[in-house]
Design a protein around this ligand. Structure first.
Ligand code: ADP
Ligand code: MG
Length: 699
């Protein structure tokens, strides 16, 4: 193969070059390399897997006389004339084309300087695709796409893919670039599966083609199922291999005698709930074994997971070992330290805070203490602990928000200190329904806390539509007057993070104008991390009344003084996400409220929001969510505590079945070839998936 490419003058794609840079593999697209890179596409393979998040079906061509308002439609038309109306003050330039066919006439209108007029001549035959509005009696295409009639276009007269964008690149450009990459790359795509392994799903190249540019809408589900199956197989292969690798591993036995445990529990400032006590017992049993513990402790925010972790860590220390607690962000690590250190202290153990931002000398001193075995329990971010620290005797590692704890960090921890594996306890506040847990965490033991500690105030949840905004604002002002604080979470914009950030900024402006007396801050994911952290700290410190935010606040900022969570366009969030958001309030002594704002009328959507109003138990919510979600879970699984899957949806019963089938196939493949030495395609599939998972972790 190398010989062949070397003798060719032009660059021919090979299966290998799918993983080379765009510039090297497709020199004719070199100028597009930079915009593609901004979408996270560096190679032809990454382009193949840059999938649309939805499709517009423009495949039905209609006579102009039969256009229907408010629908996306296409028509083959003749351009009668084209007028440019110059912009005026704040009004943008408009281009208006008159269109006709044998059945009637219509208008097309475009706003802003887009030079549409240069591509349209009276007499042209074109296909227009777009949403139709009714202007008086005349149908009007609003900002439609168009292309010459008789050409097969990627934008019009077909099922058109819609991709996630970043600033500075248009939907049209992405579509055209991807079409060109696909044309060159699909012929060399090698299917990692043998025909008998893919059941009745399409071959990979066909699936990729149909996932981007389906001939008809009906081709999409099978294509996505095939891509989902590959993704699930990659996940199942890595889980199974991790499981196999662990079989030979040894952990230290951390034996905590019953009277020792009794004295720890007696020293706590409260009595554990039944669920907490059961979790402690399960952990104590695991720790005493020389098989490394892999246990997930799940329970709602405030259910007392930290207290359980404190007992486990103190037990490990009393047994003569060191412990670590790792959180995904510095703020969370600090909050854990603030909550855990006093509990540990009552149990006679010192919790040391370690952070990248500490002065270098202080960090060196802590590192030395850890290495010498003098530091008992270290609390910090994943990064700090896994990269920079050598433990003398690490016996137990506790990880907060387990889905962010990827394979690489696990490996880094395992390499520390002794040649014995540490026991691992993962905490998650995202309840995972049993069916999912069994499929995806078959390798983890699970402890569950359902019962909340006594004396918790329930959070009152209300559904409102936008017309209630003035009253809600008055309420926010009254809460601020009373010394309370509020969160306002702005809608997700599916197209891009940048648009979500922009809507957050607009909302801040609007609220500052509406509530001039309030101190209002803003955090979103497009800000530099220090600015975001500083704002969150300031809010936590009571220096602001209102924090407008995108879902970046979801990952656990603890502000006991916050009493209101307002979520705008709540229907755009998953229920798990809404539950997490709601958990940001009701953490202190104040009566707390969650207001879900939505103008949605779809009955299923209303039902899902109604679930939030009615239920407060995260597990019940997760189970209802699973029941109510149909196809088209566009929100992804990133926030749901499950592995970050790009195509597969865990809320799709069909995909759950695929996951099981993938698990069985993974088992068969590994039984006959434990290292997959004869299946390089599958190795690549698995490794690409793990790489994507790591990236998800870093985000
Ligand atoms: P989680 O980590 O699950 O969010 P925490 O462990 O931080 O929950 O507990 C939340 C609060 O409840 C803390 O202030 C903690 O001290 C308190 N708490 C935990 N367990 C109990 C209990 N059994 N009885 C009373 N208070 C408790
Ligand atoms: Mg906690």
């Amino acid at each position: 193969m190398t010989v062949r490419t070397a003798t060719l003058a032009t660059v021919e794609l090979t299966p290998e070059s799918l993983d080379h840079s765009i510039r090297a593999a497709l020199p004719e697209l070199a100028r597009a390399a930079a915009p593609l890179a901004r979408l996270g596409i560096g190679t032809p393979r990454q382009a193949l897997f840059y999938l649309p998040f939805r499709y517009d079906d423009f495949s039905e061509l209609r006579p102009l006389g039969e256009l229907v308002p408010d629908e996306k439609q296409s028509a083959v038309v003749r351009v009668v004339d084209v007028k440019v109306e110059p912009g005026f003050g704040r009004r943008p330039q408009r281009v208006i084309a008159h269109l006709a066919d044998t059945s009637g006439s219509a208008e097309a209108i475009w706003f802003g300087r887009r030079y549409v007029e240069r591509r349209l001549e009276p007499g042209d035959e074109i296909v227009v695709s777009g949403k139709v509005a009714l202007r008086g009696w005349r149908p009007q295409f609003v900002s439609p796409e168009f292309s010459p009639a008789g050409h097969r276009s990627v934008h019009t007269g077909r099922v058109v893919p819609v991709y996630r964008l970043v600033g500075g690149i248009t939907q049209k450009r992405v579509r055209e670039l991807l079409a060109r990459v696909l044309e060159r790359a699909l012929p060399v795509v090698v299917d990692p599966l043998r025909p008998e392994e893919r059941m009745d799903l399409p071959p990979l190249a066909d699936a990729l083609r149909a996932a981007h540019f389906p001939e008809e809408a009906a081709d999409v589900p099978a294509a996505l199922d095939r891509l989902a199956f590959d993704e699930l197989l990659a996940l199942q292969l890595s889980l199974a291999q991790a499981r196999n690798a662990r079989k030979g591993l040894q952990a230290a036995r951390l034996v905590i005698a019953p009277d020792e445990l009794g004295s720890l529990l007696g020293a706590l400032p409260f009595e554990l709930t039944g669920d907490q006590r059961q979790a402690v017992d399960q952990i104590v049993t695991d720790l005493a074994s020389d098989t490394p513990m892999r246990r997930l402790l799940q329970g709602d925010v405030g259910s007392g997971k930290t207290a359980v972790a404190a007992v486990a860590l103190a037990g490990a220390v009393r047994a003569g070992w060191q412990g670590a607690l790792m959180a995904p962000t510095e703020i969370l690590a600090r909050q854990h330290h603030a909550g855990l250190a006093p509990l540990l202290a009552t149990l006679g153990v010192r919790g040391e805070f370690l952070s990248g931002s500490l002065p270098a000398a202080r960090k060196r001193a802590i590192h030395a203490a850890i290495e010498a075995g003098e530091a008992d329990v270290v609390i910090g971010t994943h990064a700090v602990i896994s990269e920079a620290v050598i433990f003398r005797r690490l016996g137990l590692a506790v990880v907060d928000e387990q889905h962010r704890f990827g394979v690489a960090q696990r490996a880094a921890l395992q390499a520390k200190g002794t040649d014995l594996e540490p026991h691992l306890l993962a905490l998650t506040a995202t309840p995972i329904p049993r069916t999912l847990a069994l499929t995806f965490y078959g390798d983890l033991a699970i402890s569950t806390i359902r019962e909340l500690p006594p004396g918790r105030q329930p959070i009152r949840t209300e559904l409102r539509d936008r017309s209630a905004m003035p009253r809600i604002e008055a309420f926010l002002a009254a809460e601020a007057e009373a010394g309370r604080q509020s969160f306002v979470v702005v809608p997700l914009v599916a197209e891009s993070e940048a648009l979500t950030a922009a809507s957050a900024e607009a909302e801040v402006e609007r609220l500052r104008a509406a509530l001039p007396g309030l101190r209002i801050g803003l955090v979103h994911g497009q800000q530099p991390a220090d600015l975001r952290n500083a704002t969150m700290q300031a809010f936590a410190g009571g220096e602001m009344d209102l924090l407008v935010a995108t879902t970046v606040i979801e990952v656990g900022i603890d502000v006991p003084n916050a009493s209101v969570m307002l979520v705008e366009d709540a229907e755009r969030f998953g229920l798990a996400q809404l539950h997490q958001l709601r958990g940001r309030v009701g953490r202190g002594p104040h009566r707390s409220f969650c207001i879900l704002l939505s103008d949605a009328t779809d009955p299923i959507v209303r039902q899902r929001l109604e679930v939030m109003r009615r239920l407060s138990d995260g597990f019940e919510i997760a189970e209802s969510d699973l029941r109510l979600r149909g196809a088209g879970n566009l929100l992804g699984t990133r926030q749901s505590g499950l592995p970050p899957l790009r195509v597969a949806s865990l809320f799709e019963p069909r995909h759950l079945r695929l996951a099981q089938q993938a698990g069985e196939l993974a088992g068969r493949l590994l039984a006959s070839d434990p290292h997959l030495s004869s299946r390089p395609g599958l190795v690549q599939l698995r490794d690409d998936f793990s790489a994507a998972e790591e990236e998800g972790d870093a985000a």
